[in-house]
Design a protein around this ligand. Sequence first.
Ligand SMILES: [Zn+2]
Length: 226
Amino acid sequence: MPVALLRGGLALGSTLRITMRVAKETVVAIEYTLKDDQGNIIDASGDRGPMEYLHGAQNIIPGLEQGVEGLVAGDTKSVLVPPQLGYGEYSEKLLQQVPLSAFGANTPQVGMRFHAETNLGMRVLTIKKIEGEEVTLDGNHELAGKTLHFDIKVVSVRAAELTELSHGHPHQSGGCCGGGGCGSGEGSGGGCCSSEEGSEGGCCSTEQPAQKSEGGCGSGGCGCSH
Ligand SMILES: [Zn+2]
């Protein structure tokens, strides 16, 4: 074993392997399956390939990030994430009624989701109920109030590049999100893979409005504009 090897000094020609652990400022790729309390699969990296994220940069929900901390490539783990470390508790305060006329020529339907500017900033709103002329909008994340059961496998861990640290997300070949998936639905508070439903800028969009790229993203980089 390595320890015994080192006791006698490193043999010439031997390879010293440094195993990188998941920590702040590492870029981590994980495969995952996400289930609810009933064991139904909500999301999985599956065919999308591993999800890559910058550890410690709030790219993913806090509970999952904590669960991955300290692991090395090849590790598997089940991580239980309570709502407060996931997408938050379900809040009735995020329900609001608007008149049907607010939709103009569009015909709202229960379950429809769209982005809207609210007093809490840009949120994804879901049409929860339509009664007569009254439409109830729900600003909760679809996974709010849910305990999340992740089964994860760490695929790789590497040190983040300086540009990745300054951008707050990983860059890789194949574009910003690379083969990586976006996690569940709308990402947690911006960052790479912020949303599937037509968020402005899509992949690599963040809270900040898009600015001119400084061209620092490198070849095959993310094309992110901040
Ligand atoms: Zn970037």
